[in-house]
Design a protein around this ligand. Structure first.
Ligand code: PMV
Length: 330
C-alpha cells in the first residue's frame, strides 16, 4: 500500500463483506437467498488531486494520467470506472485518488469486490458532493461491478450496503430478517485458498440448467423449500439455539450445489472435514474454489477453528455478523 500525496478534503467509507448462508446460484435463476454481512471490511479513502485517477490497494495499483482515459482490464477497473463516471456526472475535471484497504481475501466468495465497490461508491459520491442516498450508492456500485461481472444478482452489494441477515430476491431486493442473536449459532469459515471465478461458475450452472431442465427445476424447488424453512428458523424468536437445524439445511444445500457442478474434490474434502466437527457445512459463494461455511454452537466456534487449523486448514476463522452495513465518515 502506497501513500498518495493529495490536497483538499478526503472522504473515507467502509463496507462489510458477506457470506451467502443459503441460495447461491439458485438466486440467479429466481429463488431467494439468505445472506449475512460479516465483521470483515473494506475501507476506501477518496481524495481530490490535480489530475488523473490513481488507485492503490493490497492487490496492486492502477493509474491514468487524465480522468477521462480508459483503464486496463484489471481487478481495479470497476473502481476506475466508478470514479470516472462520478466525475463526469459532477462536471469535475480534476483528479481522484482512491486508497483501498481490505480485511477480506479476494476471490474467496466473501464479497470483497462488492464491499470495495460499495465503499468506493460512497466515498467518491461523497467527495464530489453527489447524492449519497442508498439508491445512488447502490446504482454506482452495481454499475461498477457489472464491468467485470455482467450477470450479477446484486445480493453481495446489498449486504455491503445494509448489513445484518437478510433474504434477497432479484425482484424485491432486501428483506431484513430478525437481528442476529449471538447465542443462536456461530459461523466458521475455511478458505480453500483456490481463487474462484464467479462469472465462469455462473455460466457453468446456466449450461447445467440448459442440459438438465427437469433435474434443475427439481433442485430449484428443493432450494426454495429449504430457504423457506431457514427463514422460519431464523425468524422464530422464541426458539433457542438454531445451529443444529441450520447446519442440517446447510448439508442439504451442499448436496444441491454438488449436483449443479460448483463443488470440486478439494472443496468436497474441506466440506467433509468441517461437517464432521460442526452441524453442517457448505460452499459459500460461487464455488469452484473460495470458502466453505459451517454452522456450530456459538460457544464451540473457537475450538472448531483450532481443530481445522490442526488438520492443515490453516486459513480457518470465526466470523461474526455486521449489523451496521456501509459507514460513510468524512
Ligand atoms: O462467490 P461470490 O461472492 O462472487 O458470489 C456469487 C454468488 C452467485 O449466486 C453465484 C452469483 C450472484 O450474482 O448471486
Amino acid at each position: 500500500m502506497h501513500d498518495i500525496p493529495t490536497h483538499g478534503e478526503t472522504v473515507t467509507s467502509s463496507a462489510p463483506g458477506k457470506i451467502i448462508l443459503f441460495g447461491e446460484h439458485f438466486i440467479v435463476h429466481g429463488t431467494d437467498a439468505i445472506l449475512c454481512a460479516i465483521d470483515r471490511h473494506v475501507y476506501v479513502t477518496a481524495a481530490k488531486t490535480e489530475s488523473g485517477i490513481h488507485i492503490t490497494s493490497d492487490v496492486g495499483e492502477l493509474k491514468t494520467s487524465t480522468i477521462t482515459e480508459d483503464a486496463p482490464t484489471t481487478a481495479l477497473m470497476p473502481l476506475h470506472h466508478l470514479a470516472r463516471a462520478a466525475a463526469r456526472r459532477a462536471g469535475y475535471s480534476g483528479g481522484i485518488t482512491l486508497q483501498v484497504r481490505s480485511e477480506i481475501p479476494p476471490g474467496a466468495g466473501l464479497g470483497s469486490s462488492s464491499a470495495c465497490c460499495a465503499a468506493a461508491a460512497s466515498a467518491v459520491l461523497g467527495l464530489l458532493g453527489l447524492d449519497v442516498s442508498d439508491t445512488a450508492i447502490m446504482d454506482a456500485a452495481l454499475d461498477a461491478e457489472r464491468t467485470i461481472h455482467p450477470n450479477l444478482s446484486g445480493a453481495d452489494t446489498t449486504a455491503s450496503l445494509y448489513g445484518g441477515i437478510f433474504l434477497y430476491n432479484r425482484g424485491v431486493g432486501y428483506i431484513g430478517l430478525e437481528p442476529h442473536r449471538a447465542d443462536r449459532f456461530g459461523l466458521v469459515v475455511s478458505n480453500s485458498g483456490t481463487a474462484h471465478d464467479t462469472d465462469s461458475m455462473v455460466r457453468r450452472v446456466q449450461r447445467f440448467r440448459d442440459n438438465h431442465v427437469a433435474i434443475f427445476s427439481r433442485l430449484r424447488k428443493g432450494e426454495r423449500e429449504l430457504i423457506q424453512r431457514a427463514v422460519e428458523i431464523l425468524s422464530d424468536l422464541e426458539a433457542g439455539a438454531a445451529a443444529e437445524s441450520l447446519g442440517r439445511l446447510a448439508a442439504i444445500n451442499q448436496s444441491y450445489l454438488r449436483k449443479i457442478g460448483v463443488s470440486s474434490p478439494e472443496l468436497d474434502r474441506l466440506v467433509d472435514a468441517m461437517q464432521k466437527i460442526t452441524y453442517g457445512a457448505k460452499i459459500t459463494g460461487a464455488g469452484g474454489g473460495g470458502c466453505v461455511v459451517a454452522f456450530a454452537d456459538a460457544g464451540s466456534v473457537r475450538g472448531i477453528v483450532t481443530a481445522l487449523q490442526k488438520m492443515g486448514y490453516r486459513d480457518s476463522f470465526a466470523v461474526g455478523i455486521d449489523e451496521e452495513g456501509l459507514v460513510l465518515s468524512c
